[in-house]
Design a protein around this ligand. Structure first.
Ligand code: IMP
Length: 174
């Protein structure tokens, strides 16, 4: 079985989506200094493009979570691999995620973060696989709703491969 790639979103479509999300965030956080908290590794390219469009004095942090192993399905057990190193008490936190799928990762992270008493907590996701949701999670700032397909590129991997692709692609096996 040979995997092949279908482009789902080309570079210009991604650029427009990032600019739209940045405009929404800029409007909501005027006069504030939000902390953007990326979930590694998949969000790093999106995060890098987003902060350069924001025109706000943001700070960034990352946490590393794991649930996938090397397969294409979530194991359902989320673990903190690298947690927060700074206090978020009283901060306006925006979690930056690549794809919300079952919602388990974000639901787990939001519980972990709420215990640390941020002033506000919002979710920004480049993609949402809404049809796969297992726990209620709503996305405050969203790029694209995507079908139930396996996605790679623009920082997102399959078994650590394909992150370097500038487009967002569907990985098909035939
Ligand atoms: P959830 O916990 O099921 O919502 O899964 C979210 C995590 O799974 C995200 O952090 C993604 O990195 C990863 N993920 C979900 N769908 C895909 C995909 O299509 N390709 C690559 N990673 C994915």
């Amino acid at each position: 079985m040979l995997p092949h790639l279908e482009v789902l979103f080309a570079e210009d479509e991604i650029k427009r989506a990032v600019a739209r999300i940045a405009a929404e965030i800029r409007q909501d956080y005027q006069g504030k200094q939000p902390l953007l908290l990326g979930i590694l590794k998949g969000s790093f390219v999106f995060m890098a493009d987003l902060i350069r469009q924001l025109d706000l004095p943001v700070e960034i942090e990352f946490v590393k979570l794991s649930s996938y192993g090397s397969g294409k399905e979530t194991s359902g057990r989320v673990k903190v691999v690298n947690g927060l190193r700074t206090s978020i008490r009283g901060r306006d936190v925006i979690v930056v995620e690549d794809i919300v799928d079952t919602g388990l990762t974000v639901a787990f992270l939001f519980d972990y973060l709420r215990k640390r008493k941020p002033a506000s907590l919002k979710l920004c996701a480049l993609m949402d696989k809404l049809s796969r949701r297992q726990v209620p999670v709503s996305v405050d700032y969203l790029g694209f709703t995507v079908p139930d397909k396996f996605i790679v590129g623009y920082g997102i991997d399959w078994d650590e491969g394909f992150r370097y692709l500038p487009e967002i692609c569907v990985l098909e096996e035939d």
